[in-house]
Design a protein around this ligand. Structure first.
Ligand SMILES: Cc1cc2nc3c(=O)[nH]c(=O)nc-3n(C[C@H](O)[C@H](O)[C@H](O)COP(=O)(O)O)c2cc1C
Length: 183
């Protein structure tokens, strides 16, 4: 952790939009944030951790049981240090887990163990019917009522072939919002 910089924990989940988070990690690092990437097991089905490690200049947490140099588990170290937890892309599954306090992987444990001063920004990406499903919308409302901020989703052509609401918000807009929140 670099005490001179603001710490952004970037959670990447299992969406087809996961590859766009690589550029996001790069933009946030260039904007002088200390970026620590945490990937779910499903995110690793879409992209490897390598570009995130190189562009963020830090090891990537991909497992709750990842090796750590110190005695503290990696997820607690990150939860303690984070100024902002950014989850981009955020799957419907991730929204549901966070809304219900499920803590079965590194990212969901970080979300629960987060320092109360830290902000949470989520950028959902999913099929339009998944986004509009009452279960997802209720989870979004639950998270909003706890202070979680949402950016997007955007409308347009979705990777599932449908047109509509569900695209990941443009990376530049997400990076800009992170800069505003941490200014
Ligand atoms: C090709 C493909 C694309 C997917 N894209 C999305 C997506 O954009 N958004 C979403 O919520 N789920 C998507 N899913 C389903 C998630 O990967 C699945 O719900 C998974 O359990 C999410 O795990 P995670 O939230 O732990 O990363 C996709 C699945 C496949 C096979």
């Amino acid at each position: 952790m670099n005490a001179a910089k603001k710490n952004v924990v970037l959670g990447v989940t299992g969406s087809i939009a996961a590859h766009r988070a690589i550029d996001l990690a790069s933009q946030l690092t260039k904007a002088n944030f200390d970026v620590h990437v945490v990937m779910t097991a499903d995110a690793l089905r879409f992209v490897t951790s390598l570009p995130f490690k190189v562009l963020s200049r830090h090891p990537v947490v991909t497992n709750l049981y990842d090796e750590e140099e110190g005695w503290k588990p990696a997820h607690i170290t990150l939860a303690d240090a984070a100024n902002l937890l950014l989850i981009a892309p955020a799957t419907a599954n991730c929204l549901a887990k966070l809304a219900h306090g499920i803590a079965d992987d590194a990212l969901s444990c970080i979300a629960l163990a987060l320092n109360p001063d830290a902000r949470i920004l989520m950028a959902p990406a999913m099929n339009g019917k998944m986004w509009q499903h009452p279960a997802t919308q209720q989870n979004v409302e639950t998270l909003r009522s706890r202070g979680v901020e949402f950016i997007g989703p955007d409308t347009g052509l979705l990777s599932c072939g449908y047109e509509g609401l569900g695209r990941l918000e443009p990376i530049e807009k997400i990076a800009r919002r992170v800069c505003e929140l941490l200014a």
